[in-house]
Write a protein that binds this ligand. Structure first.
Ligand SMILES: Nc1nc2c(c(=O)[nH]1)N[C@H]1C(S)=C(S)[C@@H](COP(=O)(O)OP(=O)(O)OC[C@H]3O[C@@H](n4cnc5c(=O)[nH]c(N)nc54)[C@H](O)[C@@H]3O)O[C@H]1N2
Ligand SMILES: Nc1nc2c(c(=O)[nH]1)N[C@H]1C(S)=C(S)[C@@H](COP(=O)(O)OP(=O)(O)OC[C@H]3O[C@@H](n4cnc5c(=O)[nH]c(N)nc54)[C@H](O)[C@@H]3O)O[C@H]1N2
Ligand code: SF4
Ligand SMILES: [Mo]
Length: 670
């Protein structure tokens, strides 16, 4: 019997796992010794062994035109095709779309390939649809990305606010840790949907979707009027409070209650918690981030924590990370403006440092950020981008405004490469499909949601022909004249290189190695001395802007399934995880259903300006005029994925799309 260790490859909780391999059997359990997660594990991880072999990609597939059938080719020919394509185009005509589920080593190599070797910043990741808003808000408020607290803070906090987060489903490892202390703590949930998380709360605040900024500003209004704020903290460690307060004057309880369609009392309730609790953590996730007003929402949360001095031992504005290694991806700078070690392409010194570090010519790294993914889609449609390489994400399901995106994918003058471990919906639009080795079949590290870096062991062989993501890019680079820049024979060499460039940075992991992990960078509290990368922490003026319902009466919001992971390429292959989760449903309020004349179990069409989807009605507790449907159903489960109706309008600061608010009408199908 062998025991291997790794971080879970699903959610950002980042549970440390033990993988027990005996003969041909593999079992998975929580690793009690893991410093951050201490043994937590959930059902999705337990069933991982079942998906290692089901429906795996084990061949390189190619077709010159998307009209043709795929034929099998070998890796040599694949590299030749890629080299020719990339050499025939200017770097700005190419685009790379990657993922928060890659190992840090994979992300680092791909980012180096694009920004340091090809010389374009045209790379973005699915984090743009996920944590981009939180990262933007942290940078604006503190001068850097990075969660200020860690999971240990849960164990002595007395108050938890969940805003736009269904942690009971989405971060079960964390939520159960809180439930262990249920009797001693207060839990508030702010969500239009009466979620599993809300069921466990002391108070559910049934907010109208999209209006959180108004709500949070209203809480600050009450704190200010009652003098429930920490003036010493504000004076010593922050700036910008006076300007903010001028804006906050507009958010009296009466006005806010009307905007958010809640009781005034709800705003007082939360204000009192900020005033009086011992230690308060505000957890937020996609109900905050995926909004055209998202950065304002996140900054309004941080404003409340700064106004009441709720950092470190008094609390934390805690953005829950979605994917297993979104934090690691942010460390290597995999968004279109990032560089490794929390650096930025717009910063001359950062570019110079990385050019010297990589040993490439001055000026190779471009100053202008690349296009974000939704901008890139426009550029594909306009014919400016002609090559798209998608790695470890399934955007043919997860991208907003799918009809538009699929039109871009189908263009004959766009060459599409899809690198995945399974045959996904996105593969159907590819010219070239590259089979990837996945978690368990390669080694590397991931950083979980509280900055803890965990080593992930290799404990099985990949299917024939499947290669680790870093290796695919390394072998291609070597054939394109990049032997010196990409000398890597294994992932350890990549880690050793990456960690050196983090020395002296906030995310310094230069002393970490595969043998001494797991370890957390930045310590328990990132800003324990209340010294911030920006000097003082900054209040920002948070303006509420009304979400656009496009003239429809109903608001469709979207999100997760309890036992399924995103687009179901893995969890959708496990019977135990499918039970009750395989019928595409829409959650509806009973009074709305009566008004519409529909019953539980009826089929309806949900129609927006961009498309329509078919769903089965499930009656339940959700705010009136709000509907909720999961977004991850792929075409095996449903002909009409949710994102056919959502919009690609983005937050102006984080460029994260509005995935949580779509104006729709309901049409009953007879
Ligand atoms: N089981 C499971 N767990 C997962 C995942 C998975 O696919 N399956 N995915 C992981 C990833 S990548 C992520 S990003 C996280 C996401 O984790 P969460 O963000 O917690 O999950 P969601 O279901 O997307 O959305 C959370 C809630 O936001 C609410 N909401 C919608 N609009 C608003 C609004 O305007 N204001 C407020 N206050 N609330 C609103 C929705 O009703 C929903 O209940 O989950 C991670 N964990
Ligand atoms: N309407 C709506 N849309 C949303 C959201 C929402 O709440 N509502 N949430 C958004 C968010 S937060 C997220 S994070 C995205 C998630 O959306 P996606 O990133 O599209 O979701 P996944 O299904 O996790 O896709 C990961 C892919 O990587 C493959 N894979 C797994 N391991 C490996 C590997 O080691 N290498 C390679 N190359 N491939 C691998 C899997 O088979 C899978 O196809 O969806 C976004 N879209
Ligand atoms: S809670 Fe998240 S990280 Fe932990 S085992 Fe479940 S899916 Fe994996
Ligand atoms: Mo996410």
């Amino acid at each position: 019997m062998d025991i291997f260790k790794a971080q879970c490859p699903y959610c950002g909780t980042g549970c440390g796992l033990e993988i027990i391999v005996k003969d041909d059997k593999i079992k998975i359990r929580g690793d009690k010794e893991h410093i951050a997660t201490k043994g937590s594990v959930c059902i999705k991880a337990v069933h991982l062994p079942k998906v290692f072999d089901r429906g795996r990609l084990d061949r390189v597939l190619y077709r010159e035109s998307k009209e043709e059938e795929f034929k099998e080719i070998d890796w040599n020919l694949a590299y030749k095709i890629l080299k020719n394509k990339l050499n025939s185009l200017s770097p700005e005509e190419t685009y790379f779309y990657v993922s928060g589920q890659l190992f840090t080593e994979d992300s680092y190599v791909i980012n180096k390939f694009v920004k340091g070797f090809l010389g374009t910043n045209n790379i973005d990741s699915n984090s743009r649809l996920c944590v981009a808003t939180a990262a933007t808000a942290y940078k604006l408020a503190f001068g850097s990305d990075g969660v200020p607290g860690c999971y240990d803070d849960i164990d002595d906090a007395d108050t938890f606010i969940f805003i736009g987060s269904n942690a009971a489903w989405a971060h079960p490892g964390i939520f159960r840790r809180i439930l262990k202390r249920r009797k001693e703590v207060k839990i508030v949930v702010i969500d239009p949907n009466y979620t599993e998380t809300a069921k466990h709360s002391d108070k559910w605040i049934e907010i109208k979707a999209g209006t959180d900024t108004a709500f949070l500003n209203g809480v600050l209004y009450i704190l200010y009027k009652n003098n429930w704020i920490d003036w010493d903290f504000i004076k010593n460690y922050t700036e910008g409070f006076e300007e903010l307060i001028k804006e906050i004057e507009k958010y009296d309880p009466k006005t806010v209650a009307k905007i958010c369609e809640i009781d005034e009392e709800d705003i007082y309730y939360v204000a009192e918690l900020f005033a009086k609790s011992r230690k308060l953590i505000t957890f937020w996730t996609m109900g905050v981030n995926q909004s055209t007003n998202g950065t304002m929402k996140a900054l309004a949360i941080i404003n409340l924590h700064l106004a009441t001095g709720r950092l470190n031992d008094k609390g934390c504005p805690f953005s829950l990370t979605g994917q297993c290694n979104a934090m690691g991806g942010r460390e290597v700078g995999y968004l279109c403006n990032g560089l490794p070690g929390f650096r930025d392409v717009r910063n001359e010194e950062d570019r110079k440092f990385m050019e010297e570090f990589w040993g490439i010519e001055r000026g190779k790294i471009k100053e202008k950020p690349g296009y974000s993914i939704t901008e890139a889609i426009d550029k594909i449609l306009e014919g400016e981008i002609k090559f798209l390489w998608i790695v470890c994400t399934n955007p043919a399901v997860s991208m907003p405004n799918l009809n538009k995106f699929l039109k871009a994918l189908k263009k004959e003058d766009l060459f599409v490469v899809v690198q995945d471990s399974y045959f996904t919906d996105t593969c159907k639009y590819a010219n070239l499909i590259l089979p990837a080795a996945q978690w368990g079949e390669k080694e590397g590290v991931m950083t979980g949601g509280d900055r803890t870096v965990t080593y992930c062991s290799k404990f099985r062989e990949p299917p024939k022909n499947a290669k680790p993501d870093w290796k695919i890019f390394t072998e291609l680079a070597q054939r394109m004249g990049g032997e010196e820049l990409f000398p890597y024979k294994n992932s350890r060499e990549i880690f050793e290189e990456f960690k050196r460039c983090t020395k002296g940075r906030l995310c310094d992991i230069s002393e970490f190695n595969y043998e001494n992990l797991p370890k957390r960078w930045g310590g328990k509290h990132l800003y324990k001395d209340l010294k911030f990368p920006s000097g003082k922490a900054r209040f920002h003026i948070t303006k509420y802007e009304e979400p656009d319902d496009e003239g429809f009466d109903y608001i469709l919001t979207t999100g997760r399934l309890k036992k399924q992971w995103h687009t179901m390429t893995k969890t959708g292959k496990v019977e135990e995880l499918l039970r009750g989760e395989d019928i595409p449903y829409v959650l509806m309020n009973e009074d709305d259903a009566k008004e519409l004349g529909v019953n539980d179990g009826d089929e309806v069409l949900i129609v927006s300006k961009r498309g329509e989807i078919k769903r089965v009605v499930k009656l339940g507790k959700i705010k009136r005029k709000h509907l909720f449907t999961p977004f991850g159903y792929n075409r095996e489960f449903c002909d009409t994925p949710t994102n056919l109706v959502t919009k690609d309008k983005v937050d102006p600061l984080s460029k994260e799309p509005e995935l949580k608010f779509t104006g729709v009408k309901i049409v009953k199908i007879d």
